[in-house]
Design a protein around this ligand. Structure first.
Ligand SMILES: [Mg+2]
Length: 396
């Protein structure tokens, strides 16, 4: 059985927890409302005004002028995320983080020790609330796909259990947009044929779906039936750490894209270092407004966890792609990991002397950010023109 745990409005909830005067108030974590800042997270009180992540902060300020704007403290959220993860690991070693506030847990092996997967989910929610004063929503199901939908269904502060054998019924009334692989373009192709719910989509055979949707058709066919075989992959075996942002308005502005890249690199760097990983291959992902998606990557001679290296690799990859067309999504990732411990041993081998000193500077930076806030240190690019901030996250 799989649990999908998703913290409720994580960054905003951490800020409300840490500052009592923010509780019950509309809180927007993100960049400045006077510059070109972007909303990273909004409290549920702020969401009632229509504020959501990736929205320009200036627009959020118009929607809710009395909202409290708070600068993100990513390193602090990463530290809280590690505490949450320690709770998970009391129940299973099979924890696959998707982002700082979301993870899959495979609790199949733990069930003999507990009354049920649902009981484990209840205990986890209780531990996170009593020990960390935060709310989590959890979906419990036989696979990742159903668990993820379940955790989102009655957010916030919800536990949704989909008993084995009821997956198809659970999915039937939901809109097709819930299916991975159904983006806005695919959804439109289907809705023009009168197909709005997953139950309706299930009436199409696999060949027709593949004709309509292309290569994802087969996958969509399986998911619509509640079938998903992907295993939970514990962090140590994670293949990549990446971070991507969909812009509210498509960007055809190199400087803005470079500024976003700095921001993505900072967050990927914090996560790499908080997992004690170094990677060799840095990936850039770009999606144009017509949904054409391209990726570029570069492999370094030596692994790194330094934000500086992520920025320089990302910037040189960005220089290789066409930026005359509007871009709707930008992502940066790193793969081919080696744990830092292994790397330390390699340092002793003269053949591997990589001169990887920048990570020391990042360690200091992480500590300063954790103590004084995310914006206490900002690389010149992000600082000078675009006080930018983060957005959603997906795991490759
Ligand atoms: Mg969340």
């Amino acid at each position: 059985m799989i649990l999908h745990v998703d913290m409720d409005a994580f960054y905003a909830s951490v800020e409300q927890r840490d500052s009592p005067q923010l509780r019950g108030q509309p809180v927007v974590v993100g960049g400045s409302a006077t510059g070109r800042g972007v909303v990273a997270a909004a409290s549920y009180e702020a969401r009632q005004f229509g504020i959501h992540s990736a929205m320009p902060s200036a627009k959020a300020a118009r929607l809710c002028p009395h909202a409290h704007f708070v600068k993100p403290r990513i390193a602090h959220y990463a530290a809280v995320s590690r505490q949450i993860r320690e709770v998970f690991e009391r129940y299973t070693p099979l924890v696959e983080p998707l982002s700082l506030d979301e993870a899959f847990l495979d609790v199949t092996g733990s069930i003999p020790l507990f009354p049920s997967a649902e009981a484990i989910a209840r205990e986890i929610r209780h531990a996170i609330l009593t020990e960390l004063s935060l709310n989590a929503s959890i979906g419990v199901a036989t696979n990742k796909f159903i668990a993820k939908i379940a955790s989102d269904l009655r957010k916030p502060n919800a536990l949704v259990v989909v008993p084995p054998g009821t997956e198809a019924d659970f999915l039937a009334p939901l809109p097709i947009s819930r299916l991975w692989g159904i983006g806005p373009v695919s959804a439109e192709k289907l809705t023009t044929r009168g197909i709005n719910t997953i139950a309706e989509l299930r009436k199409l055979d696999e060949r027709l779906l593949t004709t309509l949707l292309g290569s994802v058709g087969g996958r969509v066919y399986q998911l619509a039936r509640g079938l998903d075989e992907r295993p939970v992959v514990a962090n140590r075996e994670a293949k990549s750490i990446s971070k991507e942002t969909t812009f509210e308005t498509d960007l055809a502005d190199r400087e803005m894209l470079e500024a976003w890249l700095v921001h993505l690199a900072e967050e990927v760097g914090v996560r790499l270092r908080s997992h004690n990983l170094k990677g060799r291959t840095i990936h850039l992902k770009l999606r144009y407004s017509n949904f054409e998606t391209i990726t570029r990557s570069v492999t370094r001679a030596h692994p790194t966890d330094a934000t500086r290296d992520l920025i320089s690799a990302g910037t040189s990859l960005l220089a290789q792609v066409d930026l005359h067309r509007p871009v709707r999504l930008l992502g940066l990732g790193i793969s081919e990991f080696r744990p830092v411990e292994v790397q330390l041993l390699l340092f002793e081998d003269p053949n591997y002397l990589p001169g990887e000193k920048p990570s020391r500077a990042d360690e200091v930076a992480d500590a300063i950010r954790q103590k004084f806030g995310q914006d206490s240190l900002r690389r010149a690019k992000g600082l000078s023109r675009h006080p930018i901030d983060r957005d959603h996250e997906r795991h490759d």
